[in-house]
Design a protein around this ligand. Structure first.
Ligand code: URA
Length: 425
């Protein structure tokens, strides 16, 4: 077997054999296949695709590159959620403790933000003392004692994906559906969850800009999960506009705590409940009542125990950015569009996100929205507040916003896109 013949097969639109796939993933993980060869193969896959048989084998080879976790010793059924990433997507924060409060165990291995999309670990790290990195034993202990754990994946889980994802990130090959599906599912299957709900985002702020691409990604991942014995469903959810009223790390933690306290923006509450119902159904807990667990404070109790178990001080004030800049509505009327991608880029430029994996993020930076599509806005009233510790970034962030919103004449009819657009099982 050699890398060049594998690359040529895909370059010429051929089907990779199981032997070619097993070899190339293993040899790349061991360093025998060079980065430039894997880049060429990833680009050939982006351009020419892979069929479902190839994707399943590719995923299995990535799982086999590392360890598999085992939650069989837990007394509760395990259920997990994965979001393909968006702007203001803080749903994991209220969702994991909520589902745990309803009787499931939620092992939530999460990631960091890159580019305009936020990352759950960056958000939680704005809580003083909270630790993302746990050993496998610590992870199991937090999961067993509190019902939920949100932490970074250990180095032993699908190491081939870690290496390949970093390479895709710098070679313009992230957006290939076969590579996204196998990357996400290799980690989730290796993690050992019994049930999985995929939140596949669609719209300007998501990887998948069209509903057709989102359907293709979702059905590929549902098939991979189901064939591996993980009860898997996907919701296609709107990411044309940011979720909730905040995009940024500490800002989103604050909003998540509002949801756990029984308040919070309607779209965040609705999506949290929709995903909780799916996760509980998939775990066989059909009688659980997540709405009640939000209202009676039991989800908040799990949140407090889960954060404390990872060193976080739940009662400490959250960081606040040193400087604010308010963007006023330029006219009076109905806000008909507020673009998720533009808001995500502005939050990122303010310091909430990173350009390279090793960059630090500002805990307090981000964008606060004062209106959502469908709301009436008034000329001269606040539309957005930008937060940063580095005020020299305001102009750079404002540069992302000239086409971020549309305001139509007062009285213009507006039809909202539902948060959950489709379900694929
Ligand atoms: N998230 C992942 O884990 N992998 C991808 O390829 C894209 C998003």
């Amino acid at each position: 077997m050699d890398a060049i013949s594998v690359i040529r097969t895909k370059r010429d639109r051929g089907e990779l054999t199981p032997e070619q796939i097993d070899w190339v993933i293993d040899a790349y993980t061991r360093g025998e296949v060079a980065d430039e060869q894997m880049s060429a193969l990833a680009m050939a896959i982006l351009l020419n695709g892979m069929n479902r048989t190839e994707i399943a084998r590719w995923t299995a080879a990535m799982i086999a590159s590392g360890e598999r976790m085992d939650f069989a010793a837990l007394s509760r059924p395990t259920t997990d959620k994965h979001s393909t990433g968006g702007v203001g997507d803080k749903i994991t924060l209220p969702l994991a403790p909520l589902v745990a409060a309803c009787g499931a165990a939620v092992p939530q291995l999460s990631g960091r933000g890159l580019g305009h999309t936020g990352g759950t670990l960056d958000k939680l790290e704005s809580i003083p003392g909270w630790r993302a990195h746990l050993s496998n034993e610590e992870m199991l202990h937090v999961l067993d004692t509190t019902g939920a754990v949100i932490c970074a994946a250990g180095d032993g889980l699908a190491p081939a994906d870690k290496k390949l994802y970093a390479l895709r990130d710098v070679t313009g090959t992230v957006e290939a559906i076969p590579l996204i599906a196998s990357s996400i599912m290799s980690k989730k299957i290796a993690e050992g969850t019994g049930a999985l709900v995929l939140d596949v985002k669609v719209g300007s702020g998501a990887f998948m800009k069209t509903i057709e691409d989102a359907r293709e990604l979702a059905s590929t991942m549902v098939a991979l999960g189901t064939d591996s014995g993980v009860r898997t469903v996907a919701l296609l959810t709107d990411m044309a506009t940011p979720l909730g009223l905040t995009a940024g790390n500490a800002l989103e933690v604050r909003e998540s705590v509002e949801v756990l306290a029984g308040g919070g923006p309607k779209d965040v509450v609705d999506l949290t409940l929709a995903l909780a119902r799916e996760m509980l159904d998939a775990a066989g807990l059909k009688d659980a009542d997540p709405e009640k667990a939000l209202a009676d404070g039991s989800a908040m109790d799990v949140w407090r125990r889960m954060i404390s178990a990872q060193g976080g001080d739940v009662d400490a004030p959250l960081p606040v950015a040193r400087e604010q800049h308010v963007v006023m509505a330029p006219s009076t009327g109905v806000l008909t569009r507020l673009d998720a991608y533009d808001i995500g880029v502005a939050a990122w430029r303010l310091g909430a996100g990173r350009a390279r994996k090793e960059d630090p993020v500002q805990a307090g930076a981000g964008v606060e929205l004062h209106a959502k599509p469908g709301d009436t806005v008034t000329a001269g009233q606040p539309l957005l507040t930008l937060h940063t510790d580095t005020p020299e970034k305001f102009d750079y962030a404002l540069g992302a916003l000239p086409d971020a919103y549309d305001i139509a004449q007062a009285g213009t009819a507006f039809t909202a896109t539902p948060v959950v657009r489709e379900r694929i099982a």
